[in-house]
Ligand binder design. Sequence first.
Ligand SMILES: *Cc1c(COP(=O)(O)O)cnc(C)c1O
Length: 381
Amino acid sequence: MGRPSRIERTRLFDRLSWALDNQWLTNNGPLTREFEERVADLAGADNCVVTCNATVALQLLVHAAELTGEVIMPSMTFAATAHAVRWLGLKPVFCDIDPRTGCLDPATVAAAVTPRTSAIVGVHLWGRPCAVDALEKLAADRGLRLFFDAAHAIGCTSQGRPVGRFGDAEVFSFHATKVVNAFEGGAIVTDDSDLAQRVRSLANFGFGLQSPSAAGGTNAKMSEASAAMGLTSLDAFPEVARYNRENYELYRRELGQLPGLSLIDFDPDERQNYQYVIIEIDEQVSGLNRDLLVELLRAENVVAQRYFSPACHQLEPYRSQPEVYLPHTERLAARVVALPTGSTISREDIRRVCNIVRLAVSRGSELTARWHQHVGAGKKA
Ligand SMILES: *Cc1c(COP(=O)(O)O)cnc(C)c1O
């Protein structure tokens, strides 16, 4: 699932050579600025500030917006969304998802707002955009800031509008496993130029801040080497997204008709990066246990992931919040499997993966019964 996207190596090496010849390795160099322009273009946003990773980018936003108290977010996300907020002493408040999209349900968000709430962070899960209009309206009505963790959603659209200019700001990740990668990297995109300026200063030790921040600042800059990789990966992105789409369509043909198994779908009218191929296993119907399927695939050397399972509120240090009950999140987290995709997998490999999945589903109840016997009460409990 997490193999790096294919790139043209000579382009990367040329850019790295150029940076070395130019003797400009970091601190807002030409490659970083070019990368920022291209990311802003893709996102249709006025400003882009790139960072060393997306987790720190989220923290910069929390600082720049001077958030306090509670931040509402989904639990169905990568731990980084919650950790970023908690690291700064704020409390992530987990809300349930709309089961049709896997993203924040605006109604549950509205119910979770308290006098301590300062912001909402939506997550465009697997590249499918949040209910951005409803969340924007809610944030405006309640006087809250609204940010989006768009780590999955570069190049995607919502109602034809590119992800990148929703809410007060959005954050992309360019981690090595993401569809566009800069080895490590992140970006904040926003139409709010003051916010962008503030974030840019905070990412550079707070230098140049108009009004000094209580936090001072940090070092969250992206290096020229990362920008060289990011640019080269962006060059390849249209081709990678096309290849991913064909992977997804092949999975759909191979697995679309199996009882108790569904492939998450994407709105055909929206642009997508098809970065993830996610199936949901309904054990009641297929008889097949989700964890067993992952084990079977691993035994055949297929790296499938439970993505995201457990959900954040089921993980330490959040697990001990007893009041959290998120039925849709728990149901989805118990069912998901991410299958291998990306630009370096062959169609032949995908057919092999699908053969294993089909075999497992066709004998779901039998395999699951045998697995329970073997694993025994001890481990299962
Ligand atoms: C990858 C990811 C992050 C973290 O990104 P980094 O660049 O690794 O810090 C945050 N949120 C989500 C949803 C992610 O998938």
